[in-house]
Design a protein around this ligand. Structure first.
Ligand code: PXP
Length: 263
C-alpha cells in the first residue's frame, strides 16, 4: 500500500465457471445463484455472467433467477446476435457487454472487431441503450477499435487483457514462478503488452468512455494493470473460481480485492 490513500477499483466477479462445474455433470449443483449472497457479503460491485449461444455454462434460467433476485447489478456478456439482443432487451441487465463468440473456442479469445462489424454493433448498441442498459464493448487494446467503440455509441470499453496475461503464463510455464522481471526478454514482452493497454485506456478515457479490463487476470498479474489509473472496473472469473476450490469463494474474492485496493 502507498500509505497515502486507498484507490477504489470496482470488481465484477464472473461466475460462469460455477455453471461449468454443474454442466460437467448436468445436475443442479453447484448453482451460480448461490454465489450471490457470498459476493454481496464481500462487497463485490457486480456479478458478471456470459450467456453463450451454445449454453455451455450459464443457462437462461440462471440469468432469469439472478436478475430476479436483484442482489447485485448484473453485467451480461453476450454475442452480437439477434437472439441475445432480444434476450437482453427483454431482461434488462444493468450492463450488456458485447463479446465475440466462436463455438470452437475454449474461452473468449480476443476482442470484438468493432471496426469490421461496426454497423451491426452500432445497431445492437442502440437497441440496448434505448432500453436503459449500459453498453460495454470487449475489445483488444487497439486504438482503431477504441475509436470505433466510441463511434458505435458504447458507454464503456472493456480491454481484453488476455495477450498480456498469456505472456506471463508462458513465462511461468518455462520458469515455474511469476517473477518475470528477472528475465529481460520476458520483462520487455510483458511491458509491450502493458503499454498497449495503457495507451488504449488513455485514448478511451479521453474519448469519454468508461474503461474496464478483464480476461486471464489473477493475483500474480493484476497489480501492474491496476497502475493504469483510467481503468475503473475489473471483471475476473476463472482465477477466482479456481482459487475458491481450495480456499472458498469469500477468501478468493478477498485476495483479488486486496490487490485492487493496493494492499
Ligand atoms: N470480461 C469478459 C468480457 C469476458 O468475456 C471474460 C471471460 O468470460 C472475463 C472478463 C473474465 O475472464 P476470466 O474468466 O479469464 O477472468
Amino acid at each position: 500500500m502507498n500509505g497515502i490513500s486507498q484507490i477504489t477499483r470496482r470488481l465484477g466477479v464472473n461466475i460462469d465457471h460455477i455453471a461449468t462445474l454443474r454442466e460437467a455433470r448436468k445436475v443442479s449443483y453447484p448453482a451460480p445463484f448461490d454465489a450471490l449472497s457470498i459476493l454481496k457479503g464481500c462487497a463485490v460491485d457486480q456479478v458478471t455472467i456470459h450467456l453463450r449461444e451454445d449454453r455451455r455454462h450459464i443457462q437462461d434460467h440462471d440469468l432469469a433467477a439472478i436478475l430476479k433476485a436483484g442482489v447485485l447489478p448484473v453485467n451480461l456478456e453476450m454475442a452480437v446476435t439477434e437472439e441475445m439482443v432480444r434476450i437482453a432487451a427483454s431482461q434488462c441487465p444493468h450492463t450488456a457487454t458485447f463479446v465475440p463468440e466462436k463455438r470452437e473456442e475454449i474461452t473468449t479469445e480476443g476482442g470484438l472487431d468493432c471496426v469490421g462489424l461496426f454497423e451491426k454493433i452500432k445497431q445492437a448498441t442502440d437497441v440496448l441503450k434505448s432500453r436503459g442498459i449500459r453498453v460495454s464493448l470487449f475489445v483488444d487494446p487497439d486504438l482503431r477499435q477504441t475509436v470505433a467503440s466510441k463511434e458505435a455509441g458504447a458507454d464503456a470499453i472493456e480491454f481484453h487483457t488476455g495477450s498480456y496475461c498469456h505472456v506471463i503464463e508462458e513465462f511461468y510455464a518455462s520458469s515455474g514462478h511469476y517473477d518475470y522481471t528477472r528475465d529481460k526478454a520476458s520483462f520487455a514482452r510483458v511491458n509491450t503488452e502493458l503499454e498497449k493497454i495503457k495507451t488504449a485506456s488513455k485514448k478511451a478515457a479521453a474519448l469519454g468512455l468508461k474503461v474496464f479490463a478483464g480476461h486471464g487476470l489473477h493475483t500474480h498479474n493484476l497489480k501492474p494493470v491496476t497502475e493504469i489509473s483510467e481503468i475503473e472496473e475489473y471483471n475476473i472469473g476463472h482465477a477466482i473460481i479456481a482459487r475458491a476450490v481450495f480456499v472458498g469463494l469469500k477468501q478468493a474474492v478477498c485476495e483479488i480485492q486486496a490487490v485492487l485496493k493496493d494492499q
